[in-house]
Design a protein around this ligand. Sequence first.
Ligand code: PLP
Length: 398
Amino acid sequence: MTTRPRTSLKTQHFTESVIREMTRLAMQHGAVNLSQGFPDFAAPEWIKEAACDAIRGDVNQYAVTWGAKPLRDAIAADLQARHGLTIDPDRQVTVCCGATEAMIATLMAIVDPGDEVVVFEPFYENYGPDAILSGATPRFVRLRPPAVSDAGGDWSFDPNELAAAFCNRTRAIIINTPNNPTGKVFTRDELAAIARLCHHWGAIAITDEIYEHILFEDATHVPMATLDGMADRTVTINSTSKTFSVTGWRIGWAVAPADIAPAVRKVHDFLTVGAAAPLQAAAAQALRTGAPYYPDLRSQYQARRDRLIALLERAGFRCFLPRGAYYVMTDVSPFGFPDDVAFVRHLVTEIGVAAVPGSSFFRDSAAARQLVRFCFCKKDETLAEAGRRLARMAELVR
Ligand code: PLP
């Protein structure tokens, strides 16, 4: 008799990404895919040209493992110009394969088994497995939605609940602002409350800021590292994926204090060696010349957000207005389905629109029985087609 090899206990503790499963179902049913957050429109010509130039110019071998010098310099210069942060590109910046790798490399660099990491819930679905892979115990703090009718409100946390989540085992807190899936943009006061707890407990703030250029109305992005005393206890993660509509390039980075960055670099080196060299060259150019492009990006996304919300509301959805990022969280209780998964299955198979069940973003699925997330990083015609299909849902509203 032979014994079958088994997979690690770590991998048995998390399931396959629901979002990627939705993308597969969408393809199978010919559905309009408003689930996974990648644009279906072209990346800007100038950034594609920069990548082609780099390949033709023979930037085709391994870059320095922690990132090609021109990109690290461009990241530091961008943070200085836009946020007044002084960063040493030779010591503090690690270029990774997307924000995804930057996050897991950071967690593996700072967490030991038994350490705790505070995570706001709902959370971007990778943070759960990231915590398990790095050996951290996640401590969740709930973000609560504003009333659906409250156009001026935003998702918020209870400061006492947050304080109660910290203890002497807390190594870090993960903050994602602008936030996926809620569209929340953390205010300076909220970040200051988090910063006080980080100081008190000796914790690191890991901030995922990949939607920093996608903001609506008067929302402003406040980088945690700009708060008093936080530059030397914040790891700032960012990426070209969302800003330049190149999610397939896999170019991201972690900017860490000089005494933490070497550990991040070590993990990164052995995880992936480095991100694609020619795309690093193109990313450097994008950051150096991107300033005039950001306002357009913002206004185009605001128009897409408004278009999708109008279509969803016409079909009977209740929408929580996002302040940033490119997702709308909706309340689907008017349709009378038993839960979010049943709702989303109906939507993809019968209506032909794919979305993500809200429970993908919560540890406890009961908290999200009537929540469903749509993304709006799509062409006008894609959103219009989704709207035509979604209109059939209006018949089900009770
Ligand atoms: N962080 C957040 C909050 C995201 O929403 C996503 C993608 O949807 C990522 C990270 C992944 O970023 P990247 O493509 O740079 O790995």
